[in-house]
Design a protein around this ligand. Structure first.
Ligand code: TRP
Length: 335
């Protein structure tokens, strides 16, 4: 039987090149493996502790859905669904909460960061924390375990969450007998940190992102604005910079070698940026067209999602039944 892989994207921002390289592209590549069945979804329940406006939630959900399809998700092969349309996730979330220690949640990076922030500002440690954020790792474990997933392709920032899902699966299996597949993270080592406009890690929280599907003119403008040092065109340049970092992700091996040679002898930043634009746009342009098509024909996307939601729900119901029986909630069913 094929192994199962699952991953989700939160609709909390406009997808950017970092999301594409770190999460979306590797997931799409994985979906071409005939020995793996994939489920890819929009993690809208997970967005709720961050997105507070209804309009924004709807808009960003649309963005993520169109992006998945534009990047090559084939809904015939992949179960493509919206998390909130499979409410079994929340029931499993509750069952899992009861095998999860509070101490495990206390160790979550995202929670700890907020506690540190508030403490540094002299506030109550938990002032910035709502229960959606605190329980986030349990909800994510529910996503993963509900579909018997073995692999979870994610960026390095999600490693801890998958480790927690693994701990939670083991705790459940230990208490109630084998019920859940124990998952593992699949982290694409090829994709190191992607640098943003200011040379730091590309991240929405640094406000330094390049949107995946902005139009060509905007893409060119953003690339030309990437921060560089003030070396002269004839000065040798270090390849440890945002331009080269991004170039490597989109160029062929020969192109990368040539560019490295030019960096060694000196190249103008303007030329390097022009080449960077050309390799990025070469890869993105066909996807941008699809993205625009789906945005303008969203009814098609909704139909695809409705079908995926049904397929996901069928699997979810079975797993949930199994979990309820393991616990003894549906004891009639097993006597
Ligand atoms: N937490 C993930 C992120 O922030 C999104 C996510 C939610 C997810 N549920 C998941 C990823 C299940 C993989 C599997 O990107």
């Amino acid at each position: 039987m094929n192994k199962i892989a699952i991953t989700g994207i939160k609709p909390t921002g406009i997808p950017h090149l970092g999301n594409y390289l770190g999460a979306i592209k590797p997931a799409i590549e994985l979906s071409h493996n005939p020995e793996i069945d994939c489920l890819y979804f929009i993690a809208d329940y997970h967005a709720l502790n961050y997105i507070k406006s209804k309009e924004e939630l709807i808009e960003l959900t649309k963005e993520v859905a169109c992006t998945w399809l534009a990047c090559g998700l084939d809904p015939k092969k992949v179960v493509f669904y919206k998390q909130s349309q499979v409410p079994e996730v929340t029931e499993l979330n509750w069952l899992l909460a009861n095998v999860t220690s509070k101490g495990l949640m206390n160790r979550a990076h995202a929670y700890k960061a907020l506690v540190e922030k508030s403490t540094a500002e002299g506030g109550d440690p938990d002032a910035l924390v709502n229960m959606g954020l605190y329980n986030y790792p349990i909800l994510m474990a529910a996503d993963i375990l509900l579909f018997n997933s073995k692999y979870v392709p994610v960026g390095a920032d999600q490693k801890q969450h998958v480790e927690m899902a693994r701990d939670i699966a083991k705790a459940f299996n230990k208490r109630y007998g084998y019920t859940f597949v124990v998952p593992e993270e699949l982290i694409n080592k090829k994709v190191a940190t992607i640098y943003g406009l200011d040379g730091r890690k590309m991240s929405k929280s640094y406000n330094n992102t390049i949107p995946l599907f902005c139009d060509e003119a905007k893409l060119k403008k953003l690339i030309s604005g990437i921060k560089t040092d003030s070396s002269l065109p004839t000065d040798p340049k270090s390849t440890d910079c945002a331009i080269f970092n991004l170039y490597k992700q989109f160029a062929t091996a020969t192109e990368v070698q040539n560019m490295a040679d030019r960096f060694a002898v000196g190249v103008s930043w303007a030329d390097a940026k022009a080449e960077l634009f050309s390799v990025i746009n070469r890869e993105i342009a066909p996807m941008r067209e699809k993205y625009n098509y789906y945005k303008n024909n969203y009814d098609i996307v909704e139909k695809l999602l409705a079908d995926g939601n049904n397929r996901a729900q069928k699997i979810a119901r079975e797993t949930l039944k199994r979990a309820r029986q393991s616990i003894g909630l549906d004891s009639n069913a097993i006597i």
